[in-house]
Design a protein around this ligand. Structure first.
Ligand SMILES: [Zn+2]
Length: 406
């Protein structure tokens, strides 16, 4: 693609990670077919400043019946979503006939709190496996991709508009954002809000967090690009809050044009992005040079440890780790296995890099000399939980914001 997926403006490419597999494409150990690969590269739109992937992966390949990620897997995230639900109950969902829709509700961790408060709700979740978990938790879920037609059906079936359409770590996954906005337009009450939170481009750039860049993350939002996107589809960005979760996100609150007065947070972050020239090609090229340095430092460290005869394993077979392992060329000769608590990843091989995935019990039996922490966005929680690893002399390798041993 050479033009912007949102506005049709010209895309300037600035970062090429080479060919990459599907980040959730874990393989059976005896698998001998072809793996799906695509070119992972970034571009920035010269007109609306949206940073996006140059190549789009068909959605049915990514979000299918076997999608392995669970929102409630982390206690920090459980708390985050419970607080989010309480916030909505106090602000947007106070009327007795309030109705809330969550796009990509995953295992229903946020909606559970709304259900407990007796609020009418609906989750829209395309992945059967996680939608089933939500259903078992007592959440109303429809197993579909959200788009304009889905929204119209929901509006008709419910016989009422939604005061809130919410999405966490979902909107940046969806290239066809025009249909999402038309859907929100069909579904949202006149004074309702569309709230979504996704990784923030400024945090990715500042922390050289290049592992946020993989098949499922199509857009890398900034306040500038989201504000332009909202306007383009007849909406207005009225609030932008930075969140500490997932390595740094922004929660965007979008209302129909003219319905709410924008909060000072929008102007403040727009000004900040302008001053630091966040979407300038010079800034983004400098980011990519930092990415290359991070890769070189990590590979050098792992080779040195191998030469010293140290045992290194990976911790957390995350979607994020696919880009790091494949871009750095890390295979099982450098990292003997990756431990992960997700049962349907265990016993398989990581996509592209083919490192075996073993259960958590393999990590401590015996502890390795070093653990490469692929889930760095949960570093604090994991390092605290695995205190015995350090007591046994183990060391963590982190690569965000730079390669370091702690
Ligand atoms: Zn554009």
């Amino acid at each position: 693609m050479t033009s912007c997926r949102i506005c049709g403006g010209r895309l300037h490419e600035f970062g090429d990670f080479g060919t990459q597999p599907l980040s959730s494409g874990f393989l059976e150990p005896d698998y001998i077919g072809d793996e799906y690969f695509f070119r992972l590269a970034l571009g920035v739109c010269a007109s609306c400043s949206m940073v996006q992937l140059m190549e789009e992966v068909p959605r049915h390949l990514m979000f299918n019946g076997h999608y392995p990620y669970l929102s409630s897997g982390s206690s920090v995230m459980r708390k985050h979503f419970e607080q989010t639900a309480q916030h909505f109950l106090r602000t947007e969902l106070t009327s007795p006939d309030a109705f809330a829709v969550e796009l990509g509700c995953n295992d229903g961790i946020m909606l559970r709190a709304l259900a407990d408060a007796g609020v009418r709700h609906l989750g829209v979740e395309p992945s059967e496996s996680v939608a089933d978990i939500a259903r078992r938790n007592g959440i109303r879920v429809t197993t579909e991709f959200f788009q304009e037609s889905t929204a119209t059906e929901i509006r008709e079936a419910e016989g009422r508009p939604a005061q809130l359409v919410y999405a966490a770590n979902t909107i940046c996954h969806i290239p066809y954002v025009d249909s999402i906005f038309r859907g929100v337009d069909a579904l949202l009450a006149d004074d309702g809000v569309f709230v979504f939170e996704d990784p923030y481009l400024a945090d990715i750039v500042d922390k050289t967090a290049y592992d946020q860049i993989y098949d499922e993350h199509f857009y890398f939002f900034s306040v500038t690009s989201v504000s332009a996107m909202a306007q383009r589809f007849g909406f207005e960005l009225v609030k932008a809050e930075r969140l500490p979760v997932h390595g740094g996100e922004v929660r965007y609150t979008i209302a129909r044009q003219g319905r709410r007065t924008p909060d000072s947070s929008v102007a403040a972050l727009l000004a900040e992005e302008k001053v630091r020239r966040l979407a300038d090609l010079d800034t983004l090229n400098a980011f990519f040079r930092n990415v290359e340095k991070s890769r070189d430092d990590l590979v050098e460290l792992l080779r040195q440890l191998k030469a010293e005869g140290r045992r290194v394993v990976g911790y957390g077979a995350t979607a994020k780790s696919a880009t790091v392992a494949n871009y750095c060329g890390i295979g099982r000769e450098l990292v003997s296995f990756v431990s992960d608590t997700t049962p349907n990843k265990q016993g398989r091989l990581t996509p592209g890099s083919h490192i075996p995935v073993r259960p958590r019990s393999a990590f401590e039996n015996p502890y390795p000399d070093y653990a490469l922490l692929f889930a760095w966005n949960h570093a604090e929680e994991i390092i605290a939980k695995e205190i015995r690893f350090r007591e046994a002399g183990g060391k963590w390798i982190l690569y965000v914001p730079h390669v370091q041993v702690v």
